[in-house]
Design a protein around this ligand. Structure first.
Ligand code: HEC
Length: 213
């Protein structure tokens, strides 16, 4: 029976290591995305359901968060750097809050990625967007003007920031997922133990069969 226990332990170990490696990759993407969101998007857009302290959940150190928040407090929400009235005067519309945008649009983070990379220059030299024709947001990443070499870096930047916005719309998703893994491992180990117990009980019956008189 020992080989079953070892096998169960091995499976749990592979699951855990695999989960950790993936988590480390995700964290690097999310950290880069967080920089783009705070340094670029946050100029016009608020992310009001996020607090600066939430960045600690992405593996940033306190010193790094301090440099991101400037004179704001750790517990402050990410309000837009541009006053809404100035944005209204400049764009004719107040840029929407981005914290729940990935939930609000069909396609989620993928939609945001396609939209911010969907800018192009039409035949008459005007900038428009494939995904949102007539959008009042400028081509902030400069995608429509980029040559193929710099375009690649911009696409990566867009992927990072949209992945980050996907996280921002549900920062507790990771914790839920980890709990899911723990529950799966628990149920798995319990199944193995119950199976061994069942074998033990039935084994005893088989050794000394009940005789009815
Ligand atoms: C210069 C100001 C400005 C910056 C910087 C900016 N945006 Fe926008 N954004 C706008 C405006 C204005 C709108 C409203 C557009 C409209 O409804 O026509 C908008 C709308 C959006 C929308 C909503 C589109 C929809 O479907 O309604 C998303 C998503 C978005 N921006 C993402 C981003 C991201 C991501 C960044 C950072 C990479 C960013 N924006 C940077 C001005 C800006």
């Amino acid at each position: 029976m020992n080989h079953i226990k070892l096998w169960a332990l091995f499976v749990c170990l592979v699951f855990t290591i695999n989960g950790r490696v993936l988590a480390a990759e995700d964290e690097a993407t999310l950290q880069r995305g967080a920089h783009v969101a705070t340094e670029v998007c946050n100029t016009c857009h608020s992310l009001k359901y996020l607090k600066y302290s939430d960045f600690l959940k992405l593996g940033f150190t306190k010193t790094q968060v301090d440099s991101m928040r400037g004179d704001k407090n750790m517990g402050d929400p990410l309000t837009a750097q541009m006053a809404p009235s100035d944005a209204l005067a400049a764009f004719g519309i107040v840029p929407p809050d981005l914290s729940l945008m990935a939930k609000a649009r069909e396609g989620g983070a993928g939609y945001i990625d396609s939209m911010i990379t969907g800018f192009y220059t039409d035949a008459s030299g005007n900038t428009d967007n494939h995904v949102f024709p007539g959008i009042k947001m400028p081509d902030i990443l400069g995608i429509s003007q980029a040559d193929p070499a710099s375009r690649k870096a911009l696409l990566l930047k867009a992927k990072d920031v949209s992945t980050f916005l996907g996280w921002a719309a549900d920062p507790m998703a990771d914790a839920r997922e980890n709990l899911g893994y723990a529950v799966m491992a628990y149920v798995f180990v319990l199944t193995v133990l119950l199976y061994l117990l069942k074998n033990k009980i039935w084994g005893r019956l088989e050794q000394s069969p009940l005789t009815l008189h």
